[in-house]
Write a protein that binds this ligand. Structure first.
Ligand SMILES: Nc1nc2c([nH]c(=O)n2[C@H]2C[C@H](O)[C@@H](COP(=O)(O)OP(=O)(O)OP(=O)(O)O)O2)c(=O)[nH]1
Length: 257
C-alpha cells in the first residue's frame, strides 16, 4: 500500500490538539460529509466520488479512518515544544501502470495540498480553543461504576445524560469549579484528579474538559437534575449522552476496566 506522510508541530497540549481534531469543520471544507459536529468512533464519513471511511480511532493518540482502499491516520506525539501531528495517508492503487502513474503525478500532489490546508486549519482551531471558556466535568468512579446525571433543562437536552460539572467562573481554577459544581449539583465533596480524554470543542469558544474525581464525602443526590445513575463499563456506550460526552465514551470506559 503506498503511503504519504506529512508532519507539523502545533504549539498546544496534546489534549487540546486531540480535541480540535474531532471538530468536523476541519474536514467538511474538502467535500467530506459527516454525521455530526464532532467525530466519534464508528462514524461513517463520505468523501468525494462516494468514498466511505469509518472512524476507527478518536482519542488522545490521534484519529484514524479506514475504508476499502483508503486509510487516513493522524498520530499525535507529545514533545517538549508542543504536539507533533503526523498525518499518514495510505491507499491501494487501482488501474495498473496508468493508475500508478496517476498516483505519482496527481494523487500525491493533491493529497499533500489537502494535508497542508488541514494542518493550517488545525493550528488555527487550536489557537482559537486556547482562549475558549472551559466547562469542567467529573468522571466519578466507585466500585467499577461511573456516575452520570440526567439533565432537566434546557428542553433541547432534557432527558439526556452528562457528567456532573459546569462552567468555570471568572477567577476560578478548573479544579475549584469542579469541586463547587459537585457540591451544588450532587451535595458531595470530591478530590479532583487527572484529565480524562481530550478537550472536546462544544462550540466556537467553549470546550468540555473532564477530570477523574474521587468521592470523599456525601452520597450523590440529583439536586438540580432529573436523576443520577451509576453505570457499568458495558452500559456506558448505550446511554443517551449529550453529543460532546458521546465522544468521550472510549476514555470513560477505559476508566472502568
Ligand atoms: N456539566 C456538564 N456540561 C456539559 C457536559 N457535556 C456538555 O456538552 N455540557 C454542556 C452543556 C452546557 O451547554 C454547558 C455547561 O452547562 P451547565 O448548565 O452544566 O453549566 P453551569 O452549571 O455553569 O450553567 P447554569 O446551570 O448556571 O446555566 O456544557 C457534561 O458532561 N457536563
Amino acid at each position: 500500500m503506498p503511503e504519504l506522510r506529512a508532519s507539523a508541530l502545533v504549539d498546544a497540549p496534546v489534549a487540546a490538539v486531540a480535541g480540535a481534531l474531532l471538530d468536523t469543520s476541519l474536514i467538511t471544507g474538502f467535500g467530506v460529509k459527516v454525521p455530526g459536529a464532532l467525530l466519534c468512533l464508528g462514524d461513517v464519513l463520505t468523501g468525494p466520488f462516494g468514498v466511505t471511511l469509518t472512524v476507527t480511532r478518536a482519542d488522545l493518540s490521534g484519529v484514524s479512518a479506514a475504508g476499502d482502499f483508503l486509510e487516513l491516520h493522524t498520530d499525535l506525539v507529545v514533545t517538549g515544544a508542543g504536539t507533533m501531528v503526523i498525518d499518514r495517508v495510505a491507499w491501494t492503487t487501482v488501474g495498473g501502470v496508468v493508475g500508478r502513474f496517476a498516483d505519482i503525478t496527481v494523487g500525491r500532489g493533491m493529497a499533500l495540498r489537502v494535508l497542508e490546508k488541514r494542518s493550517a486549519l488545525l493550528a488555527r482551531r487550536c489557537e482559537e480553543l486556547s482562549a475558549a471558556r472551559i466547562v469542567v466535568g467529573a468522571a466519578i468512579v466507585r466500585n467499577g461504576r461511573l456516575l452520570a446525571q440526567q439533565r432537566a433543562y434546557p428542553e433541547s437536552h432534557a432527558g439526556q445524560w452528562e457528567l456532573p460539572g459546569g462552567r468555570v467562573e471568572d477567577g476560578e481554577k478548573p479544579e475549584e469549579a469542579l469541586a463547587r459544581e459537585c457540591a451544588e449539583e450532587l451535595g458531595v465533596s470530591v478530590v479532583v484528579g487527572e484529565q480524562v480524554g481530550p478537550d472536546v470543542p462544544l462550540k466556537q469558544d467553549m470546550i468540555l474538559r473532564i477530570h477523574a474525581a474521587e468521592l470523599v464525602g456525601g452520597e450523590p443526590e440529583a439536586l438540580e437534575h432529573n436523576a443520577v445513575r451509576w453505570l457499568t463499563a458495558d452500559e456506558v456506550p448505550g446511554v443517551d449522552w449529550l453529543p460532546a460526552d458521546r465522544v468521550l465514551v472510549p476514555a470513560l470506559q477505559a476508566l472502568l476496566t
